[in-house]
Design a protein around this ligand. Structure first.
Ligand SMILES: NC(=O)c1ccc[n+]([C@@H]2O[C@H](COP(=O)([O-])OP(=O)(O)OC[C@H]3O[C@@H](n4cnc5c(N)ncnc54)[C@H](O)[C@@H]3O)[C@@H](O)[C@H]2O)c1
Length: 357
């Protein structure tokens, strides 16, 4: 599959662009409204064409599918243009700034039957694939409780330059906040594993109330402080489709001892996913009624997270898996579909809006 990428900023360079090569696909064309971002991506990833506009990229007959990695505020216009051009696409989360626009795009894509995916790549983590399978096979019986905590440093870790400074990631009306930016992946996993999730109650807090503006040149002196306008830490309560409670405790401003743990208990068994260094790439254990102790559940071998740098490589592996699954669907193969669609992400947004009110 030959891919055109719209938006070649910090995440595109860290995730989707390397993943396209890893998936064995061709980077046909790129466009970024910032010539500097396009030039950097051109130098690193050698696309066939560097385009001067969204329309120019979409008019290329050799672009089979499009990856949209521009900021959330641009997605409504950009995705509408991609749909109008009839190109299958993968869009970064969050797909829009509100559920109404997400539903609008989902409907636009549904009419022509256009394959569309949202980059919730953690669906392809081997532990998540296995949990999905085991739950579907009845390992847990009737689910009675789900408890997830994800306490990480992503937005206070200087390694993630895009997240530590004041920008869209920290402004709710621009698609920022830990809910759409990080929790959307976790809400999406609940949708995927349990077939639904319904926000019931929540407490949202902003524990880091201001951040410096980005330096004028990369690595330079940070700018003045500016107020954060979105939550960075949340405690959420939800209802699963069978009435069981789900609790999600999520922060991206905790600098020490990262934690990712997901325990799901049912009337016949339990599964506990323990993340690796506070992120995916972790281990799964389980216990069924009648077993004397929990045991490790073997997962397919995949590169493990062993350092902070591995985190990006691991994410690239997951995005590559998503792209392969997507290409199979676009190519008409009869394969299981694991990726999230625009319609799924619209449901994520509806929940986020309920938790925010
Ligand atoms: N899936 C994940 O795990 C994950 C992780 C981080 C970020 N993201 C998402 O990736 C997206 C991009 O985030 P980022 O941190 O790279 O932002 P960024 O600001 O670093 O990069 C965005 C780029 O898009 C360009 N751009 C803006 N409008 C455009 C348009 N209309 N057409 C083409 N290019 C345009 C900008 O010039 C910029 O270079 C966001 O939606 C974010 O939520 C996803």
């Amino acid at each position: 599959m030959r891919i055109g990428v719209l938006g070649t900023g910090s995440f595109a360079r860290r995730g989707p662009l390397p993943a396209i090569t890893l998936a064995g696909m061709e980077l046909e064309a790129i466009y970024d409204m910032s010539p500097a971002a396009a030039a950097e991506a051109e130098q690193l990833f050698k696309p066939k064409y560097v385009c001067g506009s969204v329309q120019e990229l979409l008019s290329l007959k050799t672009v089979d599918a499009v990856f949209i990695a521009s900021p959330p505020s641009s997605h409504l216009d950009v995705v509408s243009a991609v749909i109008a051009a009839g190109k299958p696409f993968v869009c970064e989360k969050p797909i829009t700034l509100c559920s109404a626009d997400a539903l609008k795009l989902a409907e636009l894509a549904r009419k022509p039957g256009l394959p569309n995916a949202v980059d919730h790549e953690f669906r392809y983590d081997p532990g998540m694939l296995m949990m999905k399978q085991l739950i579907a096979d009845g390992y847990l019986g009737k689910v009675r409780n789900s408890l997830l905590s994800v306490i990480v440093a992503h937005s206070v870790n200087p390694q993630y330059e895009a997240l530590i400074y004041w920008n869209f990631n920290h402004v709710a009306r621009m698609g920022g906040g830990v809910l759409p930016q990080l929790s959307s992946h976790l809400i999406d996993l609940h949708l995927h594993l349990f077939g639904g999730i319904e926000a019931k109650a929540g407490y949202l807090a902003t524990m880091v109330p201001e951040r410096p503006m980005p330096p004028e040149v990369r690595g330079g002196v940070p700018g003045p402080m500016r107020a954060v306008e979105a939550e960075d830490t949340v405690a959420l309560a939800a209802r699963l489709p069978n009435g069981a409670p789900a609790a999600l405790s999520i922060s991206w401003v905790a600098p020490c001892m990262p934690e990712l743990r997901w325990a799901v208990h049912g009337d016949k068994g339990a599964l506990v996913y323990q993340g690796n260094n506070g992120w995916f790439g972790g281990r799964l254990s389980g216990q069924c009624l009648g077993e004397s102790a929990p045991g490790a559940i073997e997962l397919p071998a995949i590169r493990r997270l062993e350092s902070e740098q591995d985190r990006s490589r691991y994410q690239q592996d997951l995005i590559a898996a998503l792209l392969r699954n997507f290409a199979d669907v676009v190519g008409g193969k009869d394969v299981p579909v694991h990726y999230a669609t625009l319609a799924d992400d619209a449901k994520c947004w509806q929940n986020i809006e309920r938790w925010r009110t």
